[in-house]
Write a protein that binds this ligand. Structure first.
Ligand code: P6P
Length: 331
């Protein structure tokens, strides 16, 4: 796929995602449509998951599944359901060679000989919030495989630094459901209209304000925060900033993109390397943040420069308005 041209895609707000994807593809002279189809497959699975979340309380699919994921976290029924939906959609779509999922310990090799892409996904982030009707999200990164198509997927295909992403996005299941993504030509947001079954362009060329007055961090863990994080949070309080922490990364991130702000999950006593996972949470949101004019670090270096060493690797995460992340990071 050729280097994306600099032109931003201009479509009237109100266009649907499908038309936008096709217009976006025109900006990649060598594109043959596989990435476009892959994004459609993800968007479709998001519609199915959205429906299941919206009726979770009625269909008795909330609550714990009764098993733990590879992280040792109690899986919620909807974690498992969402993982199945996305895996099935990507397998059927035929564009994906392998998946890295928060819910599955090893790489899911789809044995698809003509697939070019690797997807890293958190099918349902913040799922424990579903039972209390708080927004949750799906986060995904898309990479091109480095080994020849048709050959077995290898470590180098899946452990790629975030700067190699060809696309990334999130689906926010909130008061409305939104599909937000980038292919390296800016960030665009689509609001789902259930009566039409369509995602409609509602937030064109999203930009994070250079600075802001919102900080998102779980201060319950602040006793063991690194000193520079404690000092930064103290400075936010001195400046009268607002503390906003939903406990769902996608929801906190999305609000900070729109209003300006910083989300921090630093290293803590309980999570010495931070809690969030590089491959299917931090890299995707870092790509989006940078494409929207923001910044993402692990507190000292750019998230997308980090060479992953394991599928479920955790890193400290500082993301949001460029000036705020710079100030909070010891760059
Ligand atoms: P804590 C949800 O489990 C999640 O991965 C993110 O969505 C959220 O921001 C964070 O963890 C919340 O973690 O330790 O503050 O409850």
């Amino acid at each position: 796929m050729g280097k994306a041209e600099n032109s931003r895609i201009a479509l009237p707000v109100g266009s649907n995602l499908d038309r936008f994807i096709m217009r976006n593809q025109e900006g990649f002279p060598f594109a043959s449509g596989e990435l476009s189809q892959l994004i459609r497959d993800l968007a479709y699975a998001g519609k199915v998951v959205n429906r299941e979340i919206n009726r979770a309380g009625l269909a008795d699919i909330t609550g714990a599944y009764g098993a733990e994921n590879v992280q040792g976290e109690a899986q919620q029924n909807l974690d498992v359901a969402a993982d199945i939906r996305f895996t099935r959609a990507l397998k059927k779509g035929g564009e994906v060679a392998a998946i890295i999922s928060e819910e599955v310990e090893d790489v899911i090799d789809l044995n698809n000989p003509r697939a070019k892409y690797i997807v890293a996904i958190d099918p349902l982030d913040g799922s424990s919030n579903i039972d209390v009707n708080v927004s949750v999200g799906t986060i995904f990164s898309i990479y091109r495989r480095v080994s020849p198509m048709g050959s077995p997927v290898i470590k180098e295909d899946v452990l790629q630094p975030g700067k190699e992403q060809v696309a990334a996005g999130y689906i926010l299941y909130g008061s409305s459901t939104m599909f937000v993504y980038t292919t390296g030509k800016g960030v665009n947001g689509f609001t789902y209209e259930p009566s039409l079954g369509e995602y409609i362009l509602s937030h064109q060329d999203m930009k994070i304000p250079k600075s802001g007055s919102i900080y998102s961090v779980n201060e319950g863990a602040s006793a063991s925060f690194p000193k520079e994080v404690k000092d930064y949070i103290a400075s936010c309080k001195e400046r009268g900033y607002s503390a906003r922490y939903i406990g769902s990364l996608v929801a906190d991130f999305h609000r900070n993109v729109l209003k300006g702000g910083i989300y921090i999950y630093p290293s803590t006593e309980k999570a010495p390397n931070g809690k969030l996972r590089l491959m299917y949470e931090c890299n995707a949101l870092a790509f989006i943040a940078e494409e929207a004019g923001g910044k993402a670090t692990d507190g000292s270096k750019r998230i997308m420069e980090i060479q992953p060493t394991s599928l479920h690797q955790r890193v400290p995460f500082f993301v949001g308005s460029k000036e705020m992340v710079k100030e909070a990071s010891t760059l």
